[in-house]
Design a protein around this ligand. Sequence first.
Ligand SMILES: [Zn+2]
Length: 553
Amino acid sequence: MARPVAPADDWVARTAEQVRAEGERRHPGEAPTCASGISPSGPVHLGNLRELMVPHLIADEVRRGGAPCRHILSWDDYDRFRRVPAGFPAEFAEYIGRPLTAVPDPCHQHPNWAEHFKEPLRDSLARLGVRVTEISQTQMYTSGAYTEQIVLAMRRRAEIGAVLARYRTRRAARPEDTEPDDDDPQTAVYYPFRPYCAVCGRDDTTVTAFDDETTEISYTCACGARIGPTPIAQVAGKLAWKVDWPMRWAYERVTFEPAGVDHSSPGSSFTVGGELVSLFGGEMPLHFGYSFVGTSGSAKMSGSAGGAPTPADALEIFEAPLVRWLYARRRPEQAITLAFDAEVGRVYDEWDALSRRVAEGKADAAAQAVYARASGTSDGPLPVTPRPLPFRTLASVADITAGDQAQILRILRDLTEPDPVVTLAEVRPRLDCAQAWVAEYVRPADRTQVRDEPDVARLAALTESERGALKLLTEGMTTDWSLEGLTTLLYGVPKLQLGLPITAPPTPELKVSQRALFILLYQLLIGKDTGPRLPTLLLALGPDRVRALLTPP
Ligand SMILES: [Zn+2]
């Protein structure tokens, strides 16, 4: 079928085309496979989401082009439990060395530890429109799916050991290397398979013999167990990580698998895997390194366990297409920063501006492509907010009203005259995002607390000019109680005081008076020098409350 030619700088289109062509060359007539791997050893944070979003964007692009493409999510849930993550009871140390699926669930609602961390990610992926085929490594290993590959690796242990040893020498010169390494030889003879002890369930095991003919294995364990000889097919255990990964590239016929930049260094599992994959009858996937994902202002008030924000945290304050956009708009080598602070409003404004340009047909081809990838997938569009009011406005309203739904609707109605919002459903899910942001990321000291009682002392100390300004304001309010009317009035009061028409152009002198008036109003209404936009604040409070707080005794 005819395919549009991708712009040279469009990495998604370019990679998708390479994946499609390479898949066809390797396995004609078969869908290519993009792969992601996640270890459910603790909370899966936003940085890990790039491991999923990059292959997703490519697989989805292939599908948009009309061809099938598989995106597998390999759960590394048969990995050993290495350490108890921060925020979890120290008693879990008891399970160190066991597979993640053999550690109890910390909340007693899931079958095991791994499932506890899979569930929130699975939910986030569904909301993001990321369609994956999940593969549990526990299921694969314990079902015997890899037995043939394990026997092969054990028979070729000398070759594998030599490759690992060659890279290990190089790695010795790089003390900063912190990549977890469970591949170091346990004995003079290297065995790429490590059993989980049949007695204690841990992997503190040492292989002592393997018979290439009978495939029988013997091992000892730190717990004192001495097992074997037993056919390896009946022994729980897994291949060392650097052998396991290329084995799976071959097994799943992976066409494309990117990795974090740290994986592409010499001696990394990626490099070593590239040397070992042919042993298993496969080829190294197409790949590139992607850069890091950082966050700003991400300290959540309620303090979720584990600290670093998760995709679910991001989806609480960003509509799903925005999260996709934050990943899709950056090239892989560019770092991504997700804002949880006041920048959130700016991110929404940029997104809204892009959406408008696309709707008006004013976006260039690159911007249109990024927008299409963010706002939907080959499966269809993602849900949007029917009336995308500016995030900052919604956040202000959520702040002023402390979340009161009836008040929010009343204010939004006033704000959107002459085409008023009729129900809050029109402004959801964005309103929910704004409410969550105010509740979770705006410090209580920065939130708006409207005075319950007038500031009697300040009102008694008003100057003549201040008194006059408040009078002009409270009287003027009755004429036009709308966002536009109140804006004109607020900026107009100092003009009227100078005997100028309310429509007079601004002057430096006027700006000083306007600023002084705004500070006075903030003090009298919310007891601070700054706050949400005043017209919005006045609308939120309603004329009676405003008058009560601004009228001298
Ligand atoms: Zn043991």
